[in-house]
Design a protein around this ligand. Structure first.
Ligand SMILES: [Zn+2]
Length: 243
């Protein structure tokens, strides 16, 4: 169920009756080549989080659409500092606890958010004296393909969930398949500082063969794996592990 569709006091009654876990999708606003909209990461993560929340009976919170995308300059990005993102989500978790919601799943859709989000479970645990448990997952860890940026994976996912894709403008970007591992590692490092210096065009991968069908397939795989892991997090055995 989506938080934005709920009414008070009904929602409080639901929370009282069944222990609800909350899902916070986190995306970005940044260039995704000429063929995908700036909201790509936010759109994909919203869709995946919604499907996961529906399957698990979690409460879906509004997507945090601003992320840490400074590396995409001088191409368009609207960014907040990592510490700002951390603080905002930490405060939302504390506010959720005051409303008796003590389990939070943060689902991330943008690569550079990850290194800041990953500290939130420990920060929240400390600030709530262990009352709230937070789990952080980036969606691309739940699929078999290698993650890209506006390449085959993201473009296929967007074709499956949105009508905003302009395939006529899709162009081949940086393709690393034939490169040795150490070269790819170097490019990865460079991309985290300056995405355009690493990729030239701002696209990592080749989006030209992206299809809606492939997007549906990847999405199904991600949601299936994510649901499994979220449910495991809720079991007693794991509860002990994370405390
Ligand atoms: Zn993206």
């Amino acid at each position: 169920m989506e938080l934005k569709d709920q009414f008070d006091p009904d929602l409080r009654k639901i929370i009282k009756k069944q222990k609800k876990a909350a899902v916070i999708p986190v995306g970005s606003i940044e260039q995704h080549g000429a063929h995908l909209p700036l909201s790509t990461d936010s759109d994909i993560v919203t869709d995946i989080a919604k499907r996961t929340a529906d399957r698990c009976g979690f409460l879906l919170l509004p997507t945090i659409s601003y992320g840490v995308s400074f590396e995409h300059a001088p191409l368009f990005n609207l960014s907040v500092r990592g510490s700002t993102l951390q603080k905002m989500i930490t405060e939302i978790c504390i506010s959720l606890l005051k409303n008796d919601i003590r389990t939070v799943f943060i689902i991330n859709g943008h690569y550079s958010n990850q290194k800041f989000l990953q500290h939130i479970p420990v920060i929240v645990k400390r600030q709530t004296r262990g009352k709230t448990r937070v789990f952080v997952f980036s969606y691309w860890h739940f699929m078999s393909q290698r993650f890209d940026h506006a390449g085959l994976v993201e473009t296929s996912l967007m074709r499956a969930i949105s009508n905003k894709v302009n395939m006529k403008k899709a162009k081949r970007g940086l393709v690393t398949d034939a490169l040795p591992k150490h070269k790819v590692a170097l490019l990865n490092k460079l991309a985290s500082e300056s995405f355009t210096r690493a990729t030239k065009s701002g696209v990592w991968g080749d989006p030209r063969r992206a299809t809606r069908r492939e997007g549906n397939r990847i999405r199904t795989e991600i949601v299936r794996n994510l649901v499994k892991v979220c449910q495991t997090c809720l079991t007693e055995k794991n509860r002990k592990l994370h405390h």
